[in-house]
Design a protein around this ligand. Structure first.
Ligand code: CAA
Ligand code: NAD
Length: 313
């Protein structure tokens, strides 16, 4: 009898161990930050059957995010249901009804499967944010940062859940760009990594992985290119308009580098560059740019603020 009980306990504990090693199916997502990226992530998650809570600092910002999501959904629906305007309206309404919002992250993370953070590109701010949230989120909840350039390990170390912490890097505009970079730190569990790879696929995206290195794959190549374009312009070698035309017509890029800088946000690009310069001040690719600093100093953040290298209506 004692043998049978021991066997039973052993098989029960191995079942529990394999259950805890199993991937999580992410159904409920909390997105922190309703700016360019957070709004897009919330939209795509809701449109693919997830329940979403979008968090930002004020109700005004959240109302603006919701309007942006609705406009973007209408573009998607127009294409997806070209022959059926009623189905398009239903898709927009159903997706919007899956997104609720809050200004209090701590109050809404008690039973979420995944927190995706898309707030300002600043290590101290991100660390403080996750350190606080760690106390309120459920044990199983996975934390992910959409950082463009910061080390995921440094952010994860602010929490007690390093095994349930990873990078989940989306691209702008999120509803259109198919890529997600999934970043596994040395502490991220395989279960967390696989749960996020599956989640990315469920969003209709193509996940790739990269070590926890500055800029991962895309930004390590893209940001130095963008800054080289600015230096070309700063030296007076060519106008920004000609550089943009050249890269579109000569290299097949959908946007020129100045159009893309404005689209990404000049503040975000400056945060990325400043962080890398601090890390490796001798690298010529990471040197500060006078024109970028000047525009950000004048609050010209690019398309989102109405002016950057170009002016927008
Ligand atoms: N939501 C939904 N659909 C959108 C959209 C949005 N926000 N923006 C564009 N679209 C759709 C349009 O409706 C349009 O659909 P149809 O083909 O059915 O008409 C399609 O996308 C193309 O849009 P447009 O015709 O308006 O304009 P475009 O052809 O110039 O494409 C673009 C716009 C997709 C943004 C394209 O210019 C592009 O790919 N640009 C480069 C973007 C890029 O490099 N992003 C990565 C930035 S780096 C990053 O994100 C990482 C980081 O950490 C900084
Ligand atoms: P954004 O400025 O458009 O939006 C950031 C939002 O976060 C704002 O609405 C702000 O009010 C909100 N916020 C700030 N602190 C907050 C807090 N403590 N709680 C809740 N909300 C808070 O910035 P973005 O372009 O969406 O970038 C967000 C993150 O995504 C950054 O880490 C950035 O590097 C990264 N990223 C940006 C791009 C891009 O092309 N812009 C692409 C990929 C990744």
């Amino acid at each position: 009898m004692a043998f049978v009980t021991r066997q039973l306990v052993r098989s029960m504990s191995s079942a529990a161990a394999s259950a805890s090693a199993k991937k999580i199916t992410i159904k409920h997502v909390t997105v922190i930050g309703g700016g360019l990226m957070g709004a897009g992530i919330a939209q795509v998650a809701a449109a693919t059957g997830h329940t979403v809570v979008l968090v930002d600092q004020t109700e005004d910002i959240l109302a603006k995010s919701r309007k942006g999501i609705e406009d973007s959904l209408r573009k998607v629906a127009k294409k997806k249901f070209a022959e059926n305007p009623k189905a398009a309206d239903e898709f927009v309404a159903k997706t919007l009804s899956s997104i609720s919002s809050s200004t209090d992250a701590a109050a809404v993370v008690h039973s979420t499967d995944l927190v995706v953070e898309a707030i300002v590109e600043n290590l101290k701010v991100k660390k403080e944010f996750f350190q606080r949230l760690d106390k309120f989120a459920a044990e199983d909840t996975i934390f992910a940062s959409n950082t463009s350039s910061l080390q995921i390990t440094s952010i994860a170390n602010a929490t007690t859940r390093q095994d349930r912490f990873a990078g989940l890097h989306f691209f702008n505009p999120v509803p259109v760009m198919k890529l997600v970079e999934v970043i596994k730190t040395p502490m991220t569990s395989q279960k967390t990594f696989e749960s996020l790879m599956d989640f990315s696929r469920n969003l209709g995206k193509h996940p790739v992985s990269c070590k926890d290195t500055p800029g991962f794959i895309v930004n390590r190549l893209l940001v130095p290119y963008l800054l080289e374009a600015v230096r070309l312009y700063e030296r007076g070698d060519a106008s920004k308009e000609d550089i943009d035309v050249a890269m579109k017509l000569g290299a097949g890029y959908p946007m020129g580098p100045f159009e893309l800088l404005d689209y990404v946000g000049l503040d975000t690009t400056k945060f990325i560059l400043d962080g890398w310069h601090e890390m490796d001040s001798k690298n010529p690719l990471f040197q500060p740019s006078p024109s970028l600093s000047k525009l950000v100093g004048e609050k010209k953040m690019g398309k989102k603020s109405g002016e950057g290298f170009y002016k927008y209506k």
